[in-house]
Design a protein around this ligand. Structure first.
Ligand SMILES: *[C@@H]1O[C@H](CO)[C@@H](O)[C@H](O)[C@H]1NC(C)=O
Ligand SMILES: *[C@@H]1O[C@H](CO)[C@@H](O)[C@H](O)[C@H]1NC(C)=O
Ligand SMILES: *[C@@H]1O[C@H](CO)[C@@H](O)[C@H](O)[C@H]1NC(C)=O
Ligand SMILES: *[C@@H]1O[C@H](CO)[C@@H](O)[C@H](O)[C@H]1NC(C)=O
Ligand SMILES: *[C@@H]1O[C@H](CO)[C@@H](O)[C@H](O)[C@H]1NC(C)=O
Length: 559
């Protein structure tokens, strides 16, 4: 336990803060689920972590989560300390006396994890040196977020207590939550809705009458998002919209799905529809930051036998014409000319070919695009060289992942796997890879789904970072994926610049950022089955060594 043994145990401070009522920090209420641990939130209890503060230039803070059960456990130490720090892994609590309060139980748990284990019984400790050089800089980050679909509105609306919804909102968007600043919403409906829908659905409504009023589904969704802004205290929520399909009467097949494209005669109407939607949202108190040229255009061209939900097909050629001759000029000549336009909004295999083909059809149509947005689903099969080719072809575009979730593949379970650390690791790997290849932002899919991974009107069910209990509608569960994303979003605010961070071997994967406040935030990922000594060497700050548990993710913060 003592420093003389060469091991400094990092104290678990967060519980003390919660009990003392000094901060907003509340520990995870751990529950054993099917494949690991989840954190339970109810109307009157939900875990939060107040962002760590540093008292001097040599201090560092480390936030840790692990397969074993750590969830945002915070510890502090100092650069220049010779002894190796140890992040103690989660220890299962001993069965508690029935008469104890939750706080006293959690306190026992903290004391148990801080003081009962002397040192790790392990002979296979690995080591790695991580060199951080803040003078070598890469992209500037825009941020992180999740999506507010019709499915999310529906689940939240069913909560028995409004406080539970507030906990959901704060968990993602408050500073003491994940600090998200981005959000994706559908223009009209999407598959995560109770049915297909759009504005101006009535046959031949070419004047788009009625689009100055919110659809009843959006009355609820907009109301929820405004509440989210209010309770989370977020200053600059950036909302990105995307349409899944035009109303059937504008399409070649007069259906929501299948092999259907936009009829040429409605190209301008569909551009006007987007502008009207942006104005509608603005008029209702939700300014729109960005829109895309449409969700997954290839679904309505190649994948209509698999995709049963709302979709509308585009080829790069037709999209170039629509963007160049209609949407681009309509937006740029409007009061909303500064809106960010994203292109493609589809899978990695279409990069960068899609944009080259667009430019071939309408030279410089790609100039209308401020950014390129990508869905991560096929990243494991299509390599990151496609991204490198894209950034080489179009170097000045904002690169954003605009959709991600697990359970979409035939070989994956298309439902939540409660407590799955493996899925958290998949997320972590994907975030690390794409950020290292230049991505500026990441927006995840549904912020909450039910136990089946829905509701989805065509049963295209998947996993989500938070799962609702729809038996009671009185609690929800934060999955390991929630914390995995948080290790990136929480301490990496908009405007942070990625800096060089090079590990000496494969025992560690990481990215580091220089934040606007000049502090360094680094995400450290030990995916191995052994604990690892990480020596952090900063070209300005010096060094320290910390031993982290097997299968753990960390965010390191220092000046
Ligand atoms: C709580 O339980 C302990 C034994 O576990 C007992 O000594 C104590 O008196 C009990 N306290 C109350 C308030 O019941
Ligand atoms: C890890 O650090 C501990 C404590 O300083 C030390 O005893 C051990 O030899 C180190 N192991 C490796 C593999 O670096
Ligand atoms: C850090 O990066 C800068 C800029 O690339 C380089 O000049 C400097 O030598 C690097 N420092 C170290 C310690 O590697
Ligand atoms: C787009 O096409 C034009 C005309 O063919 C060409 O001059 C330009 O270099 C192309 N731009 C890109 C980014 O390929
Ligand atoms: C939801 O709550 C009910 C009642 O407490 C419980 O029986 C059920 O196991 C919970 N569902 C999940 C997925 O934990």
């Amino acid at each position: 336990m003592s420093a003389s043994k060469g091991v400094l145990l990092l104290a678990v401070l967060l519980l003390i803060a919660a009990i003392g009522g000094r901060g907003e920090t509340v520990p995870c209420k751990v529950k054993d689920a099917e494949q690991g641990k989840v954190c339970v939130c109810t109307a009157d209890y939900c875990d939060y972590l107040e962002n760590p503060t540093l008292t001097d230039d040599t201090e560092f803070a480390l936030i840790s989560s692990s397969k074993q059960g750590l969830r945002f456990a915070t510890s502090h130490g100092h650069f220049g300390t010779e002894d190796t720090y140890t992040v103690q892994d989660y220890v299962e609590p001993v069965p508690e006396a029935k008469n104890k309060t939750i706080f006293s139980r959690l306190l026992d748990q903290a004391l148990a994890s801080a003081f009962t284990l002397e040192s790790r019984e392990s002979t296979i400790t690995r080591f790695v040196t991580l060199k951080v050089n803040r003078s070598k800089t890469y992209q500037t980050m825009t941020g992180f977020g999740g999506s507010y679909t019709g499915a999310v509105s529906y689940l939240v609306d069913n909560f028995k207590q409004p406080e539970l919804a507030d906990h959901l909102y704060k968990s993602f968007y408050a500073e003491e939550g994940l600090g998200f600043n981005l959000m994706r919403i559908s223009i009209g409906g999407c598959d995560f809705d109770l049915g297909a829908w759009a504005y101006a659905e009535e046959e031949d409504n070419t004047m788009l009458d009625g689009m100055d009023e919110l659809d009843e589904r959006d009355v609820m969704r907009v109301g929820h998002i405004k509440r989210l802004v209010e309770v989370s205290g977020i200053k600059n929520l950036r909302i990105k919209g995307a349409a899944w399909s035009a109303p059937p009467w504008m399409k070649t097949n007069n259906r929501w799905t299948g092999f259907g494209r936009l009829q040429k005669q409605y190209y301008q109407t569909w551009a006007d529809y987007h502008l009207k939607w942006v104005k509608l949202m603005e008029d209702n108190g939700l300014p729109i930051w960005a829109i895309s040229t449409g969700n997954e255009p290839l679904n309505g061209i190649f994948f209509m036998y698999f995709v049963k939900f709302m979709s509308m097909g585009w080829t790069p050629q037709t999209q170039a014409i629509w963007l160049n001759d209609h949407l681009g000029p309509t937006i740029r000549n409007s009061e909303f000319k500064d809106i960010i336009l994203f292109g493609n909004d589809d899978q990695r295999y279409s990069f960068p070919h899609w944009f080259k083909m667009m430019n071939y059809t309408r030279p410089n149509s790609v100039d209308y695009l401020d950014g390129l947005s990508l869905h991560w689903y096929w990243d494991e099969i299509f390599g990151s060289s496609l991204i490198d080719e894209t950034t080489e072809y179009a170097p000045d575009k904002l690169l954003i992942v605009s959709e991600s979730c697990i359970g979409d593949k035939p070989w994956q379970r298309s439902a939540p796997v409660l407590g799955s650390w493996e899925r958290a690791e998949k997320y972590t790997r994907a975030f690390l890879e794409n950020i290292k290849h230049g991505f500026h932002a990441w927006i995840d899919w549904n912020i909450i789904l039910d136990e089946e991974g829905g509701p989805n009107y065509v049963d295209n069910t998947v996993d989500a970072p938070v799962i609702a209990n729809t038996t009671t509608n009185e609690e929800f569960y934060k999955q390991p994926m929630f914390y995995a994303m948080g290790h990136f979003s929480k301490l990496v605010p908009e405007g942070s610049i990625r800096v060089d961070a090079v590990p000496s071997n494969v025992n560690l994967d990481c990215v580091a950022f220089l934040r606007p406040d000049k502090k360094i935030a680094a995400v450290l990922f030990n995916s191995g089955r052994a604990d690892t000594n990480i020596t952090v060497v900063d070209s300005e700050r010096g060094q320290f060594t910390v031993n982290v548990p097997a299968k753990s993710i960390h965010t390191l913060l220092y000046s």
